[in-house]
Design a protein around this ligand. Sequence first.
Ligand SMILES: Nc1nc2c(ncn2[C@@H]2O[C@H](COP(=O)(O)OP(=O)(O)OP(=O)(O)O)[C@@H](O)[C@H]2O)c(=O)[nH]1
Length: 475
Amino acid sequence: MTDRQNREGRQKPESRQKPENRPKPDERSKPDERRLTAGERNELRRQERRAARRAEQQGADQRGRKPGGARGGASGERGAAGGSGAGSRSGRAGGSSGTPGARSGDDSRARRGAPGAGRTAGRPDRALTGRTEKVSAARPEKAPAARTETGSPGRTGKNATHSDPRPKPRHKHKAASAARRDDGVYRAGFACFVGRPNAGKSTLTNAIVGQKIAITSNKPQTTRHVIRGILHRPDSQLVLVDTPGLHRPRTLLGERLNDLVREVWSEVDVIGVCFPADEPVGRGDRFISAEVGELKAKIIAVVTKVDLVDPATLAERLLQVAELYDFAEIIPVSAVSGHQVENLTDVMVRLMPESPQLYPDDVLTDEPEQVLIGELIREAALEGVRDELPHSIAVLVEEMMVEGNLTKIYADLYVERDSQKSIVIGTRGARLKEVGSRARGEIEQLLGKKVYLDLHVRVAKEWQRDPKQLRKLGF
Ligand SMILES: Nc1nc2c(ncn2[C@@H]2O[C@H](COP(=O)(O)OP(=O)(O)OP(=O)(O)O)[C@@H](O)[C@H]2O)c(=O)[nH]1
């Protein structure tokens, strides 16, 4: 983090700027930059980044690699050409984005195979990095419906990945290297947790996958993206799809998220309905149980957060849940203490169909890295803000550049109103600085590299209701 976070550093050219996006005088902190207009500064930085990218690409070419091989980046021109949905910024962001050609074929085929993938495919292509490209290339080759028809010869398993020339993705699971048991039935499939907002779905998904792939917070409706986390076992593969909580939509964003949730529900093999142990079963729980009861998936109940209640309350909650619906199983768990998480995983695996492996052994998530990073920034920004502000925050990672062991990340944090912008920035930028350092720590953990994070707060008026803005933000 630098003092650039405390001011309106990276600006659109003045002619295209809305008044609220123009830097205030006190936000222009560097004396030497004060002589330049925001548009000039912006252009200067763009040129610097282009030069850095060119130099890097030349270095890669000289070492006989494909352009941008170290991080899979393409030239600015190619990136820009493939930056669909990126609107006016496609050119700029395309410079560091993945190779459009590499994604277009296989990835779209694979995306069709994963629940919720159709919708999230609307994410801007430019958001992909080299690493992401590797990871996303590993999406399942087959649609879930085709799994049972395919015999083992067609597996995308260990043998297949050995000869796979693609570089290995970095998100690795601790069980990934375990040898597969060839004597038993191999099971693989998709599962998701549903339930009211804040029921603990994302925390549980992370606990099962063994790494933080979904962000969590105590604010309802934190989850906005469909994130797939993959658990590898010698005899099975469990793909957990973390979805937003179903809620009464008040905005276009809310409607889109609900559609997305229903789409995932209709495609997964197992659904775990989550009931927080510390709250009585209510109307929302009844509604959700009735909705999922109509689906083809096997339905289990998961009573979450059992560490928060005494045995008597837990017993009462289990009874309430049992009366609600004829669940295949009812399992009390605590994602925080780990109580019964293994047992829950076993149950879900048992309910999976016989199937070839869906993802290569060492892929933990197929989520584009830039989306994960954006989510970590959003999670940090949610900390300590109240009222409606959490819903108004969105994050878009604009650029990522790898320089040796340092990854430079340029991200925009969107709010809906000027007043919200002041809250997010805080007095003399103190809050934004805090958000940046918290997010940076998490991102460094994810990437295993040092991170330079440049955060920039922008106002996108009423973005939750604006189809164009929603598209730009990846919804
Ligand atoms: N004590 C305790 N807290 C938990 C547990 N699981 C989740 N939480 C907390 O409950 C809050 C909500 O958890 P999330 O995992 O974000 O809930 P969610 O259902 O994904 O929420 P939405 O994204 O709003 O749908 C967070 O503050 C978690 O830390 C648990 O097992 N025990």
